[in-house]
Write a protein that binds this ligand. Structure first.
Ligand SMILES: *Cc1c(COP(=O)(O)O)cnc(C)c1O
Length: 394
């Protein structure tokens, strides 16, 4: 035992001497290697804030949203410390991540003096409901193209009810019978009709993430680079140890924005996306493309490769919008431990992923994980029968 100790000290001494000899020879600018992401020269948070500030916004969201510790969930999972970022509390028509995106996007709509917004999504789209609400507030007419598929519960309530309450011009399009729907053609047809009525339409791509149509800059993603700053500020102030931010990833703008924030600031926080429907590879490609565009307009000297994007497709389960027992049980667990409601399409799925990752030892016990609650709760009541079948004691 003692001889081992002596040997080890001897080794430390050798390492120390070698280092002492080498250090003067090292150039101070020698790159520091860290696992995962290739490093770039980080910038200050105030600098990033300043760059984001160049893009106008309209106030639509209640910010900052709370960052809460979930002690009971942490206890029952017996894993890392779990926090929740309450972006379900952004305040615009039941909240959600789209309110942040729309602060930037609607500013562009107003700047271009558009009086109609045209966008699309599923029948229970949170994006469309949020856009309708923002449009009403800003006296812009919302036109929503809603795709209806035979295999997911759609109902007439939830987001669809809210779209109608906002007086949105709703155009339901049936899909899933094998025929291809070209969204661009649809958008342009509606756009032409509006122009013929003397209006100035603005077309926003699905989810407000990718650029295209009237949106020439990734304005939705920028809002989540800003949200990363918001999270970091709070984490620093409260001296919380955060290693991961985990979120549901769909059109990818939310994850792309967070990734840009983390990389620009040289943060060690890893952003983990749980894919809702698509496979890992196309998700990585799409998210890195949006992230690079975002970095570009913020004039950041960095690139993000698809391989750097952490996104998991193990939790797609039966596909987009289809409730499974894993999702229902994740919703049940968070409701019964923390009194917090998740949704059946996005956050319930992401939480099912988090719970499974904890059980598989993905995180270390002393890690801190922020779960991004991206909203979606209006769809909860559309799934009432399935939820009741899948949860316990009812
Ligand atoms: C739209 C949405 C997401 C996905 O955000 P993307 O930026 O499209 O990846 C996640 N959760 C909820 C509740 C949403 O409405």
């Amino acid at each position: 035992m003692i001889s081992i100790q002596v040997k080890r000290y001897g080794m430390y001494l050798c390492v120390f001497l070698v280092m002492a000899l080498l250090i003067p020879a090292c150039r101070p600018s020698a790159p520091v290697r860290t696992e995962g992401m290739p490093r770039v020269e980080p910038i200050e948070a105030s600098d990033l804030e300043e760059r984001i500030h160049q893009f106008p916004t309209v106030p639509l969201a209640h910010l900052p949203t709370p960052l809460e510790y979930m002690p009971s969930l942490t206890r029952v999972l017996r894993g890392p410390k779990v926090y929740i970022k309450r972006d379900d509390q952004t305040g615009l028509a039941f909240g959600g991540n789209k309110a942040r995106k729309l602060e930037f996007i609607m500013a562009d709509v107003l700047e271009k003096k558009s009086d109609v917004v045209i966008t699309a999504g599923g029948v229970q789209s949170n994006w469309c409901r949020s856009t309708a609400a923002a449009a009403c507030r800003l006296k812009v007419k919302p036109i929503l193209v809603l795709f209806k598929s035979p295999d997911s519960p759609v109902g007439t309530g939830g987001n669809l009810l809210l779209d109608r309450l906002f007086g949105a011009d709703v155009r339901i399009v049936e899909i899933g019978d094998g025929s291809e729907i070209d969204t661009d053609v649809l958008f342009h047809r509606i756009s032409e009709e509006e122009k013929n009525h003397g209006r100035n339409p603005y077309i926003i791509p699905i989810g407000g993430s990718s650029t295209g149509e009237s949106m020439t800059e990734p304005l939705g993603a920028i809002s989540y680079t800003k949200a990363f700053l918001e999270i970091l500020k709070e984490v620093d102030r409260r001296k919380i140890k955060v290693d991961y931010i985990l979120l549901a990833s769909g059109s990818g703008g939310t994850q792309a924005g967070l990734v840009v924030g983390a990389k620009a600031l040289g943060s060690s926080i890893k952003i983990v996306g749980i894919s809702l429907s698509r496979e890992k590879k196309p998700m990585q490609e799409n998210i890195s493309a949006i992230a690079n565009e975002t970095a570009g307009i913020l004039k950041l000297d960095l690139t993000i490769s698809p391989e750097e994007i952490l996104v998991l497709d193990e939790y797609v389960f039966e596909g987009y919008g289809i409730l499974t027992p894993e999702i229902a049980q994740a919703m049940e667990k968070v409701a019964r431990t923390e009194g917090i409601l998740l949704d059946p399409v996005y956050t319930g799925k992401a939480m099912a992923g988090l719970i499974d990752l904890v059980s598989r030892g993905f995180f270390r016990k002393n890690d801190g994980v922020v779960f991004l609650h991206s909203g979606g709760t209006p769809a909860l009541f559309v799934y009432q029968d399935e939820i009741l079948e899948m949860i316990q004691d009812n």
